[in-house]
Design a binder for this molecule. Structure first.
Ligand SMILES: *[C@@H]1O[C@H](CO)[C@@H](O)[C@H](O)[C@H]1NC(C)=O
Length: 525
């Protein structure tokens, strides 16, 4: 009996030691709820796999969790936000008719400022200096700034990037190469492949323009931030930093929060994977009782309306709010609207919630469709649960996402405008009148779920693989070390041109000699 127990204990001990727990640093510092959901998703999957995690986040959890340490940057985030908050620019009412503010030089500078603020947080600097902190890998969220790559050399461990959007040239260049713009669009482009003549021209122009802006303005700023932040921390640990370029091109792997079912199947190198949906728990938390009852009893179905966590419905103009309320009042369906304040006169069929358990709402069979700002998390969750969408993109990749949704046929796009209520009403009527959108959403949902591995398991597998192979050098794209002029064979062309030039000169000389000697002969005759 006792020997059995010992054998059992030994077997367990062997099992545990054979899949050794890793210690991973997860760096998702942005003061943005949706980005933090992606960070918490990474952390959850790693914890479930038995690993230990240190999470740098601006949204720490309420309860502590085993094997998890959080370094909160909430205060820095809040201060930074407060400095910007008097600036009303980002409220919905002020973004109407402004186009995509993500697609501007200003945005590039904005992302630099965010990272500068993050690295000036004393608690972060102290943590990075702490010699007792050791990691097997760091996972860093890339947000239009490469400078964070300096974190990996401080812990002498592999760097794993995380791209919160579809794959695009600014992230692909870090692990592979700048892809061909004739079939790889910019992250802020609304063109979808296959591109026409004009679209291809615009993509090429956009890319060249951005490359110039980045190399003239942004990269020098980043390099100086890099040398302001990292060498002193490294010195405190007795290390020397690699150069900025060595650091940013040394990533072992990249995860993309996208999937061909929702985005475009852009070609990826071996060191990259699409893992959209990994953040969704396998068991959806049940709805709160009142919402459960409301959704169960909605005879004509439910429409769910949320503009996400960054854009608040309270920040719409009064006129926009009133017209939306009036429009919803005309419907038979029950409307659940994520609205951050109490309102007095709300139509009987409209139910306001300050916070929406989005996944549970999307999972309810009585849900007809989802009216969204088209953020990547919202469109992913819609496909996860097979729900069609009406999207009102505001900024960033929401335009790209909604363009994909519309092209794929599981939704409709409405332009953000003061009078958008009428257009939303038209879209609602279109969607209520046709089963095509729902059918398409279900079909894409099947494709999304039909994978050889669940996205969360895939994430864990590749993190473990990178660590187990000491940085997965065998996956490193050979394209990474080939300079652009060699890819375009400019050196070969130069040699060819030189050879042709010399040959031409030689032939010319020979011909001239020949002529002049002939001339001499004729004279002597
Ligand atoms: C690059 O990454 C590898 C693998 O993680 C690591 O061993 C190496 O020290 C890194 N090199 C630089 C220059 O950071």
């Amino acid at each position: 009996m006792a020997s059995n127990v010992i054998a059992f204990g030994l077997a367990i001990a062997l099992l545990v030691s054979s899949s050794e727990a890793l210690r991973i640093l997860v760096f998702f510092p942005l003061y943005s709820k949706s980005h933090s959901i992606l960070g918490h998703g990474v952390v959850n999957r790693l914890l479930e796999a038995g690993h230990e995690v240190v999470h740098i986040t601006s949204f720490p959890r309420e309860k502590s969790v085993a094997n998890l340490t959080e370094l909160s940057l909430e205060e820095t985030g809040k201060q930074w936000k407060a400095a910007k908050a008097n600036d009303e620019t980002y409220k919905i009412k002020n973004l109407v008719g402004k186009g995509n503010f993500g697609d501007s030089i200003f945005f590039v500078y904005f992302t630099y400022e965010i990272h500068k603020a993050i690295f000036s947080a004393p608690e972060l600097v102290e943590f990075l200096k702490d010699p007792s902190q050791k990691f097997d890998a760091v996972i860093l969220e890339w947000f239009f700034s490469d400078v964070i790559a300096g974190i990996a050399p401080l812990f002498q461990c592999p760097l794993i990037w995380f791209g919160s959007t579809e794959a695009h040239w600014q992230t692909l260049k870090l692990i592979d190469e700048v892809p061909n713009p004739s079939y790889n669009v910019d992250i802020f482009s609304v063109s979808r492949t296959p591109l026409g003549f004009w679209e291809r021209t615009v993509e090429l122009y956009t890319m060249i323009k951005k490359m110039i802006i980045l190399s003239v303005i942004f990269t020098p700023l980043e390099k100086s931030l890099y040398s302001d932040v990292f060498p002193s921390i490294a010195a405190a640990k007795g290390l020397t930093m690699p150069t900025y370029n060595e650091a940013i091109y040394n990533g072992s792997f990249i995860f993309f929060n996208s999937h061909p079912s929702i985005g475009t199947p852009f070609r990826l190198p071996q060191s990259a994977k699409y893992i959209a949906g990994y953040h969704i728990d396998s068991k959806v938390k049940p709805l709160p009782k009142d919402l459960q009852k409301l959704m169960d009893e909605a005879k004509h179905g439910v429409i769910y309306f949320s503009m996400g966590s960054n854009w608040k419905s309270v920040d719409m103009s009064d006129n926009m709010q009133t017209s939306l309320f009036n429009m919803f009042a005309k419907l038979k369906q029950t409307v659940i609207w994520k609205f951050e304040e109490d309102m007095e006169k709300v139509p009987a069929n409209v139910h306001l919630v300050k916070w929406a358990p989005q996944q549970a709402i999307l999972a309810h069979p009585n849900l007809k469709f989802f009216i969204t700002h088209g953020g990547q998390l919202s469109t992913t969750e819609a496909i996860h649960f097979g729900v069609p969408v009406i999207g009102i993109p505001i900024a960033g990749d929401q335009y790209v996402n909604m363009q994909s949704v519309t092209n794929k046929g599981f939704g409709l796009t409405v332009t953000l405008a003061e009078d958008m209520a009428d257009h939303i009403y038209e879209a609602i009527q279109k969607m209520l009148g046709s089963t095509a959108y729902k059918t398409k959403a279900k079909e894409l949902s099947f494709i999304y779920h039909n994978r050889n591995q669940k996205p969360g398991d895939e994430l864990v597998f590749w993190v473990e693989h990178v660590v187990a192979t000491g940085g997965a050098k065998h996956l490193k794209s050979p394209a990474l070390s080939v300079p652009c002029y060699q890819k375009m064979y400019l050196d070969v062309l130069a040699v060819l041109a030189a050879v042709l030039f010399i040959a031409f000169k030689l032939i010319k000389r020979v011909v001239r000699k020949e002529k002049s000697s002939k001339g001499k002969k004729e004279k002597t005759k």
